[in-house]
Design a protein around this ligand. Structure first.
Ligand code: ATP
Ligand code: MG
Length: 288
């Protein structure tokens, strides 16, 4: 009997020393990453979107270049920056400003939803890792924002590749309770999704960033299910409930899912009005 007790005490010691070792390695790794980052990037480094030439801006808005020039000559709309050779260059906020101006006479210049149209939620998912989900998510979200839609990109993957593409480093820039987990967690630390959403360097495109804390949801959901407590909403409805609180602010939500069918992905699939998977984007690219 005493041997059994000694064995389990030894096992506990081994476990706690492994935990301490992992903690120590995590701290060292984190500080090295921090040093590397501060050497490579100035603290003021921020991603920014390039400017668009007048023909590009005209194409995005859906007017002719001549009409855009005519507007500029008439002093209507924003004043464009001048590039080499005096060419007009427009930023995306300026392009959106022109869209709003033109929509006063023709609402179609603002392509967002109207009247009864509901929020579109597109879950980009594939259970295979490295299959292009994040690449598709970021391009889709940025394309829609450039077309003038109000877009919310949700990074649901604890690896946070989508957040990194928008210039947010999960390790340093995202603090506890600043991912979707903060809005779907089960305890009293839950907070409104609106407070978690961040703007990005694309006008009209906001982001719910990710980091490792999203894993908590995968651990806590089975505990909730076994506890039998259903008072706080079903796990698969929680992503939809959180998105419902910002429904009026967006036309499209794009969710970049993790590469497995966990509780987060199930929540995204239940919230989705459309799903983009591997076969769909191979077809879109002209493949099989
Ligand atoms: N159409 C493509 N052609 C070539 N390379 C691509 C294409 N799409 C994505 N990639 C590359 O494949 C790699 C994996 O892509 P991505 O990160 O988008 O996959 P993912 O499915 O999100 O991965 P994970 O499952 O780890 O989240 C990246 O290096 C990306 O640049
Ligand atoms: Mg990814």
């Amino acid at each position: 009997m005493s041997t059994v007790t000694e064995n389990s005490a030894q096992q506990r010691n081994v476990n706690s020393s492994i935990d301490e070792l992992i903690d120590e390695h995590a701290r060292v790794l984190s500080s090295q990453l921090h040093t590397l980052r501060s050497r490579l990037f100035s603290p003021a480094t921020e991603k920014e979107l390039r400017l668009f030439s007048s023909p590009e801006a005209a194409r995005l808005i859906g007017v002719t270049d001549a009409y855009l020039r005519q507007l500029a000559r008439a002093g209507e709309g924003p004043e464009a920056e001048r590039g080499p050779g005096g060419r007009r260059l427009y930023s995306l906020p300026q392009i959106n400003q022109i869209r709003r101006l033109l929509s006063q006479h023709k609402p179609a210049y603002l392509p967002g939803r109207t009247g009864q149209e509901h929020l579109q939620v597109i879950a980009v998912t594939n259970f295979k890792g490295g299959s292009g989900k994040t690449t598709v998510s970021v391009h889709l979200a940025q394309y829609l924002a450039m077309r003038g839609f109000r877009v919310l990109a949700v990074d649901l993957d604890p690896q946070a590749s989508l957040s990194a593409l928008f210039g947010y480093q999960p390790e340093f820039d995202i603090r506890p309770n600043e991912t979707l987990y903060g809005a779907i967690r089960y305890d009293d630390q839950r907070r409104p999704l609106r407070d978690i959403i961040r703007s990005t360097y694309f006008d009209g495109l906001d982001l719910v960033p990710a980091n490792l804390e999203l894993h908590e949801y995968e651990h806590e959901t089975p505990l909730m299910l076994t506890s039998g407590d259903r008072s706080d909403g079903l796990f698969f409805a929680r992503v939809a409930q959180a998105l419902g609180t910002v429904d009026q602010d967006y036309d499209v939500v794009v969710i970049d899912c993790p590469p497995q069918l966990g509780f987060l992905t199930l929540g995204a699939l239940c919230a989705a009005t459309g799903v983009l998977g591997g076969a769909a984007w191979r077809r879109a690219a002209g493949g099989g």
